[in-house]
Design a protein around this ligand. Structure first.
Ligand code: ATP
Ligand code: MG
Length: 221
């Protein structure tokens, strides 16, 4: 799919709702620079304080996280003008982060223009998580039930080992879910007021993806 105007997309959704999976499906349809705050932290967060917060399911402070994300966007020259398309996953996830990002993007005349909430029943999500493995360097996600790697324990593309995230266990996961539920409403209101919020519902990524694609096609191609 080619776009007729820049797409600056944010995927919102509970942990395990499939933001990463939708991102990789989307990349098969169009080339789009993507930034996942969780991947960024897992790849570059050597700081023990960051590692510990992640393992406990706690959030990284807004100023640290915002600095990392804006720094990464700038380094990749994605802020250079209003002409670039890109996708964010996992950031912003607090109202404060949304306001800080909005200020920065406004100054480059490139505000988010499409915010999509993936609305997946939380009972479905909890089932998924124990089966999830990741390839940390790329952020590629596998699910032993729905989307297993071709060779057990290995990334399909590189053959490198897959990892279990330290925060994908029942107790920490519940904490992440609770945190999400606590923070999401003000975030949604912020983007609803700007007229850019959409919601897609479904129990599986295969049901959600065509809806996401249609939304993008209807609005940006
Ligand atoms: P999933 O990847 O399962 O959809 P998630 O959104 O909870 O769920 P990540 O986005 O990978 O997972 O984030 C993992 C952890 O990294 C979070 O629990 C938090 O500690 C930290 N983190 C990621 N993004 C942010 C953010 N925007 N603000 C603060 N902390 C963050
Ligand atoms: Mg993710």
């Amino acid at each position: 799919m080619s776009l007729s105007r820049p797409l600056r997309l944010l995927l919102l959704g509970a942990p395990g709702s499939g933001k990463g999976t939708q991102t990789s499906k989307l990349l098969k349809e169009m080339s789009l620079p993507t930034l996942s705050s969780g991947d960024l932290l897992r790849q570059h967060g050597d700081d023990p304080k960051i590692k510990q917060a992640i393992a406990r399911g706690e959030l990284i402070p807004d100023d640290v996280m915002t600095g990392m994300v804006i720094g990464d966007l700038a380094r990749r020259q994605l802020l250079a003008g209003a002409g670039k398309s890109w996708l964010l996953d996992g950031f912003p996830r607090t109202l404060n982060q949304a306001v800080l990002l909005d200020k920065e993007l406004s100054s480059h005349d490139s505000k988010l223009n499409c915010v999509v909430e993936l609305n997946v029943p939380q009972s479905v999500i909890l089932e998924r998580i124990e089966n999830r493995w990741v390839h940390i360097p790329s952020g590629r996600i596998y699910n032993l039930q729905y989307n297993p790697p071709k060779v057990a324990g290995q990334d399909d593309v590189t053959g490198e080992p897959l990892s279990k995230r330290p925060d994908d266990n029942v107790e920490v996961f519940q904490r992440r879910l609770d945190k999400y539920n606590e923070l999401i409403e003000p975030l949604k209101q912020f983007y609803a007021k700007q007229g850019v919020l959409h919601t897609v519902d479904g129990e599986t990524s295969d049901i959600i993806f065509p809806k996401l694609l249609k939304l993008i096609r209807d609005n940006f191609s």
